[in-house]
Design a protein around this ligand. Structure first.
Ligand code: PMP
Ligand code: GLU
Length: 397
């Protein structure tokens, strides 16, 4: 009863309900690509289904899928790993859950450090695994990034792991290779601390800044658990395919995750394993979706920049803008609602201007001063919806 429902999923469900009733809504809630899954990927799963791959599978998945993932991580992320270090799970969400369950001794006060604002599910996941989340707040002024000094201050004898998500949901910003190396250098001093690196938005970057995987930094690599999945870059959110790579101690954590999975849900669905190597082999489709997201990032940022009294860093990765709207707290909305926080702001915005955004409150840190807009939607929705917010804001009393 102490675990809240996921606000991101709740907003998505609400938008679907409004649309099903035939009403108009500008939807910026869901963090999911609006593209169809590339056909070759779907065909691989259909073929596998038709071939009769419809029975229980090994919990660690097929060798072919694990090898394809290890090859991708070696080639693209420079992580020294083999198929023995991989766990394949029902979405990156499950990968993170299993990783936390594998490393945390429950209810012993073990801490996981998370720079905030951070994705809404991290805190419940840490708590479900019996750990304690320690947040290190960042601000809009630093592009929502924490320095090694700020992170180091949070380390105690109870620290089990640090969980970093770059590019970030909900902030839409990312650590540069230099910033990543500086954090890794600080972590060298703490050999008992795991680094959980959630890289699910790694391919969705809109500047020349490269993504550097913590797992590629040799000094800390044996403690890094890299999390990724196919949901975002391949438009496969409903397939539920995520994975973790943990090469330290010959894959000890990955093996523990597979053991846990064998007791919890056996494996991912049998006939979708065949789609994994096919998806990971695609470049053209992923690149063209990325280019479209890049255009949308620019468009959304330009339009948000016209909102009066709002600050918003330009999204450089993932598909989120995270404007600071707290100027309007303590004021009255055009429809007469007193606005006191991100939740009342987002609720009034939906009721009065038919625009769905995610209130930043559950992202922690300064999140309550912000709302999140996903630009995983078409350009007309962005132009009309973002302008509608601007108009609504201009009528505040
Ligand atoms: N990490 C982050 C930061 C996310 O935003 C999401 C959202 N879906 C996930 C992990 C999990 O993705 P999935 O379970 O769809 O693979
Ligand atoms: N991660 C996406 C989001 O933040 C999808 C929903 C979820 O799993 O939280 O919108």
């Amino acid at each position: 009863t102490s675990i809240p429902p996921s606000i991101t999923l709740a907003i998505s469900a609400k938008v679907k309900e409004i649309k099903a009733n035939g009403e108009n809504v500008y939807a910026f809630g869901a963090g999911e690509p609006d593209f169809a899954t590339p056909e070759v990927i779907s065909n691989a799963a259909i073929q596998s289904l038709n071939d009769g791959v419809t029975h229980y599978m090994p919990s660690k998945g097929t060798l072919e899928a694990r090898e394809a993932i290890a090859k991708k991580l070696r080639g693209e992320n420079h992580i020294d790993c083999t198929e023995a270090h991989i766990s394949i799970n029902a979405g990156a969400k499950m990968s993170i859950n299993l990783a936390l369950m594998a490393i945390i001794n429950p209810n012993k006060g073990e801490e996981v450090i998370v720079p905030t604002p951070a994705w809404v599910s991290y805190k419940p996941m840490i708590e479900l695994a019996g750990g304690v989340m320690v947040d290190v707040p960042s601000t809009v002024e630093s592009d929502f990034k924490c320095t090694p000094v700020e992170l180091e201050r949070a380390i105690t004898k109870n620290t089990k792991a640090i969980l970093i998500n770059s590019p970030s949901n909900p902030c839409g910003t990312m650590y540069s290779p230099e910033e990543t190396r500086a954090i890794a250098e600080m972590l060298e001093k703490y050999p008992d601390v795991y680094i959980i690196s959630d890289e699910i938005y790694e391919r969705l970057i809109y500047t020349d800044v490269e993504h550097l995987s913590f797992g590629s930094i040799p000094e800390i690599a044996n403690r890094v658990i890299t999390i990724n999945g196919l949901s975002k870059a391949f438009a496969m959110t409903g397939w539920r395919i995520g994975y973790a790579c943990a090469p330290g101690n010959d894959g000890m954590v990955a093996k523990a995750m597979n053991t846990l999975q064998s007791q919890i849900n056996t494996s991912i669905t049998s006939f979708i394993f065949a789609a994994i190597p096919v998806a990971l082999g695609l470049t053209k489709e992923v690149q063209s979706m990325r280019q479209i997201f890049a255009k949308r990032a620019t468009l959304m940022h330009e339009l948000i920049s016209k909102w009066p009294n709002v600050e918003c860093p330009k999204p450089t990765g993932a598909f989120y803008a995270f404007p600071k709207v707290s100027h309007y707290y303590g004021k009255t909305s055009p429809g007469g609602t007193p606005i006191i926080d991100a939740i009342s702001f987002a609720t009034a915005l939906l009721d009065e201007a038919c625009v769905a955004v995610v209130p930043g409150t559950d992202f922690g840190g300064c999140g309550n001063e912000h709302v999140r807009l996903s630009f995983a939607c078409n350009e007309d929705n962005i132009t009309e919806g973002v302008n509608a917010v601007g108009e609504w804001l201009s009528k505040f009393k």
